[in-house]
Design a protein around this ligand. Structure first.
Ligand code: HEM
Length: 204
C-alpha cells in the first residue's frame, strides 16, 4: 500500500530532479568553505565530506534494486543519476586529494600512496568505476547488450574497495564505520541471495 503510494507520487518526479538534488551536498560544502564552517583543517574537511557524500550515493545506488524487491519501492528510474552523482563526488574527492592535499606535486603524491596504502584501494575502486560512468548512457546500454550488465557488476568490487579504504583510514573503526560495513555486507548478501533465486525479481 505504502509502496504503491510512494511509487505513484514518484511517477511525477523526473530523473533530472535527482541530479538537481544531488548538487545540494556540493553546495553545502561550498557554503561551509565560504562561511568558515568547514573546520580547522579545511583541506581535510573538504576531502572527507566529498568522500562521505560519494559513499552515500554509491551505497545508496546499490540499495535501489533490493528496495524494489523487498519493499516494492521503485527508484530504478533514479539509479543512473545516483550512480553518476556518486562517481562525480568521487572524482571531486580524488581531485581534492591531488590538488588541495598534494598541491599537484606528483613525487609527494607517490610518497603519500606508499605511506597510506589504503589510498591505493580507493584509487582502484575509482578506476573500476570509470568504465561504468562512461557507459551509463542509453547508446552504450544498446551497444553493449548483455555485456552492459556484466560490466556493471564491477560496481560491487568498486564499492567494496571504497568501504575498505574508508575503514582503513580510521585509526580505530568507529560505530559509523561498522554501520557502513554492515550495510554493504547486507546489500551484497541480498544481491547474492537474489542471484541464487532466494529472492524473486529481475537481476539488474
Ligand atoms: C570508491 C572509492 C572511494 C570511496 C568510497 C572513498 C570514500 C572515502 C571516505 C568515506 C573517507 C572518509 C570520510 C570521513 O571520514 O568523513 C575517505 C577518506 C579519504 N579518501 Fe577516499 N574514497 C574513495 C577513493 C579515494 C581516492 C581515489 C582517493 C585519492 C587518492 C581518496 C583519498 C582519500 C583521502 C586522502 C582520505 C582522507 C584520509 C585521511 O584523512 O587520512 N579516496 N574516502
Amino acid at each position: 500500500m505504502l509502496a504503491a503510494g510512494v511509487n505513484g507520487a514518484l511517477r511525477r518526479v523526473p530523473a533530472w530532479v535527482a541530479y538537481l538534488l544531488g548538487v545540494l551536498p556540493l553546495a553545502w560544502i561550498v557554503w561551509l568553505v565560504l562561511s568558515g564552517g568547514i573546520g580547522v583543517d579545511p583541506v581535510k574537511g573538504i576531502e572527507h565530506r566529498l568522500g562521505k557524500v560519494a559513499l552515500w550515493f554509491l551505497v545508496g545506488g546499490l540499495a535501489i534494486t533490493p528496495l524494489r524487491r523487498i519493499a516494492g519501492v521503485n527508484l530504478i528510474r533514479y539509479r543512473r543519476a545516483v550512480g553518476l552523482l556518486g562517481f562525480a563526488y568521487l572524482a571531486l574527492h580524488l581531485l581534492a586529494w591531488v590538488v588541495l592535499d598534494m598541491g599537484m606535486l606528483w613525487a609527494q603524491a607517490a610518497a603519500d600512496l606508499l605511506k597510506r596504502p589504503y589510498l591505493l584501494l580507493g584509487i582502484t575502486g575509482f578506476v573500476l568505476l570509470v568504465p561504468l560512468a562512461l557507459t551509463s548512457n542509453n547508446a552504450s546500454v544498446r551497444r553493449l547488450g548483455r555485456n552492459w550488465r556484466r560490466l556493471h557488476w564491477l560496481v560491487y568490487p568498486a564499492v567494496m574497495l571504497g568501504v575498505v579504504h574508508y575503514l582503513m583510514q580510521m585509526k580505530v573503526i568507529s560505530t559509523e564505520g561498522w554501520v557502513w560495513a554492515a550495510a554493504l555486507f547486507m546489500l551484497l548478501a541480498l544481491r547474492f541471495w537474489g542471484r541464487l533465486g532466494i529472492l524473486r525479481g529481475n537481476a539488474g
